[in-house]
Design a protein around this ligand. Structure first.
Ligand code: SAH
Ligand code: SF4
Length: 404
């Protein structure tokens, strides 16, 4: 499967050339990524009142400005002063868009502001989501007075899949991102910027449109914990998104889950664990991280998270043909789910192929049989629809960036 150039709808060659060119001259300082308090402190340093920081935060995260010129709530002289001191908005920018036949869009987003190395990361827009959000408490939240759908749009509930690192160090055997290794962590601003750039492109009105965020793109969020939670804080406090509409997925980094358990409920996203196997033996084979933290250790840590009413923990389960998709595996997963004593739901994902990864997709019928077996055992189970496979946007396919 290759990416057809006709699906490439926006390609800014000049910008991409800059991505690989080293930065010259004094490095710019990004405002994007700073929260209201930090912005207020910068303003006070410049001899301005602290409330100017609030105006700046509004401009960055609510009005979604891309340049200082657009921050018209600040006097021109102040904007000029900021620019002279090297400040810029510095929001990550969409430089390339791939569109799938199913409406999914995969973006290359350029992060280059400040002292960090220029990199492109991948972010995915899925109108109508992929069913992964079903049954984990989001709907009951909506029934309890959440937002209404976007009348003017051709989708009712969309999902943005966000990256937390460039590449990943965890090395799961079935995942294409693993092939990159870890290139670098993304900053809080770079994680937040992916979301703001996509909200902007899609003309989303926060508070009206139903948009879910899943931190399931490139990288392991719990190995970049501070920046990941920093981004969640910005998205909740500054951009006004609900943490109950956000899900973070981890491969099972126990110290990260333990820290997550300490987060206050008003900024804590929902939790998904990439279980992916019915037992430690198979899990260790496909996810070497299981040798460090096995299934029991991960579940123990999850037990420390104080769930909201009706909230469920998601177990993600990638069905690998002949490896994790057999009927006895389904029975084992059902027993495991019950044994946790936690309100869980299972999200099944048929494995998405990628070059150089030698697994097989589940055989015809195996996915349905697996789902039926879990349902019979009384475990809530959902099937994630693969979105944007034709543009390499589906789960575990994020890697093919500029070389695509
Ligand atoms: N690193 C985190 C989040 C990113 S991966 C984690 O592993 O949880 C997001 C999800 O994609 C995980 O559940 C992972 O198991 C799944 N995944 C990875 N590669 C896949 C592939 N090739 N096909 C289907 N799902 C895959
Ligand atoms: Fe990293 Fe998640 Fe891929 Fe594993 S599945 S290599 S943790 S991105």
């Amino acid at each position: 499967m290759s990416v057809d150039s006709s699906q490439l709808v926006h390609f800014d060659a000049a910008k991409l050339a800059k991505v690989s060119a080293p930065e010259t001259g004094p490095s710019k300082r990004p405002l994007f990524g700073l929260d209201f308090e930090a912005l207020a402190a910068r303003m006070v340093e410049l001899g301005e009142p602290a409330w100017r920081g609030k105006q700046l935060a509004e401009a960055l995260y609510r009005q979604r400005v891309a340049t200082l010129d657009e921050v018209t709530t600040l006097p021109l002289v102040l904007r000029q002063k900021l620019a002279k001191q090297g400040w810029e908005v510095g929001r990550p920018e969409i430089v390339q868009v791939f569109q799938s036949v199913d409406g999914t869009e995969r973006y290359l987003i350029e992060c280059r502001s400040g002292a960090t190395s220029a990199e492109t990361v991948e972010t995915v827009w899925m109108p109508e989501g992929d069913e992964g959000e079903a049954g984990d408490g989001t709907d009951s939240f909506e029934a309890a007075g959440g937002q209404t759908g976007a009348a003017a749009k051709n989708w009712r509930r969309a999902t943005i899949c966000v990256s937390s690192q460039v590449g990943c160090a965890v090395n799961c055997k079935f995942c294409l991102t693993a092939k990159l290794g870890l290139q670098r962590n993304l900053s809080a601003g770079e994680i937040t910027g992916q979301v703001i750039a996509v909200l902007d492109r899609q003309g989303i009105e926060v508070g009206r449109d139903r948009v879910n965020l899943v931190f399931m793109g490139m990288g392991e969020p719990f190995l970049n914990y501070d920046n990941f939670m920093g981004a969640v804080g910005l998205l909740v406090r500054e951009a006004g998104l609900s943490p109950q509409r956000m899900t973070v997925s981890t491969s099972g980094i126990v110290p990260g889950i333990e820290r997550f358990a300490e987060e206050p409920a008003d900024v804590r996203p929902k939790l998904a664990i990439s279980l992916n196997a019915p037992n430690d033996a198979i899990r260790a084979e496909i996810m070497p991280i299981n040798r460090k933290w096995n299934i029991e250790a991960v579940i123990d840590a999850v037990r420390g998270v104080k769930l909201r009413p009706r909230e469920r923990v998601t177990f993600e389960y990638v069905l690998l043909g002949g490896v994790t998709d057999k009927p006895e595996h389904a029975r084992e997963v059902a027993r495991l789910a019950r044994r946790t004593g936690l309100p869980v739901k299972v999200n099944l994902i048929a494995w998405n192929p990628g070059p150089g990864i030698h697994y097989e997709m589940p055989r015809e019928g195996a996915v349905d049989a697996f789902r039926a077996a879990l349902a019979r055992a009384g475990v809530p189970v959902y099937l994630r629809r693969p979105r944007g496979r034709d543009i390499y946007a589906a789960c575990g396919q994020l890697k093919r960036t500029v070389e695509g």
